[in-house]
Design a protein around this ligand. Sequence first.
Ligand code: APR
Length: 256
Amino acid sequence: MEDLIKRVARMIGDAKKIVVFVGAGLSTESGIPDFRSPGGVWDKYDPEDFYFQNFISDRSKREKYWEMATEMYGAMKDAQPNAGHIAVAELERLGKLDCLITQNIDGLHFKAGNSENKVLELHGTAMHVSCLDCRKRYERAPIQDRIAGGEKAPECDSCGGLLKPATISFGQTMPERETAEAFRRSADCDVFIVIGSSLVVYPAAQMPVVAKQSGAKLVIINRDETACDNRADVIIKGQAGTIMAAILKEVKGGKE
Ligand code: APR
């Protein structure tokens, strides 16, 4: 493990453009379950219940969605960034982060110190709510207060449209700007570091492949096997927080 840490630290030191690509595995050490590990979100809920089509077409399914989303938000709203998030923010502070592509919706990158203009939230964010009709944006907390007050499926106070957390559900259109920019950065970097993702959900999972095909070195830091292990230049198996903290320590010449 030691040599792999040193090897990745050297790649970071020599790199001109580093893209970091993260999944739910980066946030499990902050107490937020991932999706496909045992006991993860899809062990607890049926992904079908999160389909966008169901949300917009069926009031009872929309109410069920809000129940589940409220429970998941409960685990996120007070969560704190862990050593993995802090190491990724440190990469930006060191001027070594071209772009952070995240599939996560928990907003922890910003709590850790990454800047808005460095982060591409491919699957949106659970920290805001938007109206599906007029696109009006709301902070999440006041909408949760309305739900606690008895509203089961809140509607927009401007146009009466359906309100939904600003996350991207299965079947919902991906954010165009973020997706296009993420593919552009993936094709343009010289080191692409995946942290805590099973790499099974598209189009996000195509990005490490695009990076590799464009000549970048591919590093995968994950507890379990991923769908891209066969393409990786370096694979470090284990806890993201521990590994990323060790890599950043090495990048900074062994200083904390
Ligand atoms: N350290 C390192 N790896 C971890 C840790 C950890 N502490 N905890 C979990 N992992 C790994 C797991 O081994 C798993 O391979 O993180 C990966 C998480 O994979 P998923 O649960 O599939 O999460 P993700 O890849 O982010 O899912 C992508 O699927 O359901 C959709 O929209 C959802 O954004 C999500 C997308």
